[in-house]
Design a protein around this ligand. Structure first.
Ligand code: ZN
Length: 305
């Protein structure tokens, strides 16, 4: 293998981790400083005075000044401190889809050895971008890829497909190191990205299996497939499950009725209502449960109510 640069020891690369640990932010948000005298700040972090001071102190201790603030996405734990930083160093804050100079896909920001390429990577957030530091082969991944665990997806149609495409895009960059928005640096990016893609396929199968076993709502599915989940993360996990369900419905592998989901071969509430009308009110005794077509001989078609 080619020798891997060690950006963590490069004086042009510093990390200031914010004091906002939580189930969502792991050890806290990582704010990265790139450059020697004129520093690019990547993800200002949460708007907490102690963190703002820590970032400014670090810049000043290095005899440097902030030249530019970049933001991977507009969630408060990444963007929050931007306004406070630019009160001290009045420089542009650049992010996707907002401000006087929104970032564009493929754009290069910074110069020389600190040039960074902007790559739009939706899935966790519509406005999510990553920054690829070519000279160091280092990817600032924001919340696209985390130092540990996996990422929460938006609960919208297309978020999962966007997220998978975003992972494929950063895989093609072939980074040597990933500097995530939360958690430790990642020294084996190719392995991690492969793991992330495999994890999404696993989740998809788990969602399909949960539906087959009778889970109907996103909340019920979370209850089945996320083991030992911190309750604080339940709504986020539900969003991720919804992103999976959108994809499965689009692919014809699941059906939706309001907030309830089924496999295509499972009968829904309205199927039963129609049938009982057509049958003159005959009750749903289950004798016709197999009539819906390509139902596999797998899990029982249990009806929860
Ligand atoms: Zn975050």
């Amino acid at each position: 293998m080619a020798s891997i640069p060690a950006p963590r020891f490069d004086p042009a690369f510093r990390i200031v981790t914010a004091g906002n640990p939580s189930p969502h932010t792991l050890d806290g948000t990582n704010t990265y400083l790139v450059g020697h005298r004129r520093v690019i700040v990547i993800d200002p972090g949460p708007n907490e005075p102690a963190h703002v001071s820590a970032v400014l102190d670090r810049v000043k201790a290095d005899g440097a000044e902030i030249a530019l603030v970049l933001v991977t996405h507009s969630h408060a734990d990444h963007l929050g401190a931007a306004a406070a930083l630019v009160r001290t160093f009045p420089v542009p804050v650049r992010r996707w889809g907002a401000g006087p100079a929104p970032l564009t896909d493929g754009e290069t920001v910074g110069e020389g050895g600190e040039a960074l390429r902007v790559v739009h990577t939706p899935g966790h957030a519509d406005d999510h971008v990553v920054f690829y530091w070519h000279a160091a082969r280092l990817l600032f991944s924001g919340d696209l890829i985390l130092g540990s665990g996996t990422v929460v997806l938006q609960a919208r149609d297309g978020a999962l497909e966007d997220y998978l495409a975003s992972l494929e895009r950063v895989r093609r960059l072939d980074p040597a190191v990933i500097a995530p928005g939360h958690g430790p640096l990642i020294d084996d990016p190719a392995v991690r990205i492969t793991d992330y893609l495999a994890h999404r396929r696993l989740r998809e199968q788990q969602v399909l299996d949960a539906l087959a076993d009778g889970a109907r709502t996103p909340g019920e599915i979370v209850g089945v497939i996320y083991k030992n989940l911190d309750p604080a993360l339940h709504p986020a996990a539900e969003n991720t499950v919804r992103a999976h369900l959108f994809k499965l419905v689009r692919e014809g592998r699941a059906r939706r009725e309001g907030n309830r989901y089924h496999r295509p071969w499972q009968r829904t509430e309205s199927d039963r209502a129609q049938r009982s009308t057509a049958d003159g009110g005959e009750n749903d005794g289950g004798a016709n449960d197999g009539a819906a077509g390509d139902r596999p001989a797998g899990p029982a078609d249990r009806n929860r109510r």
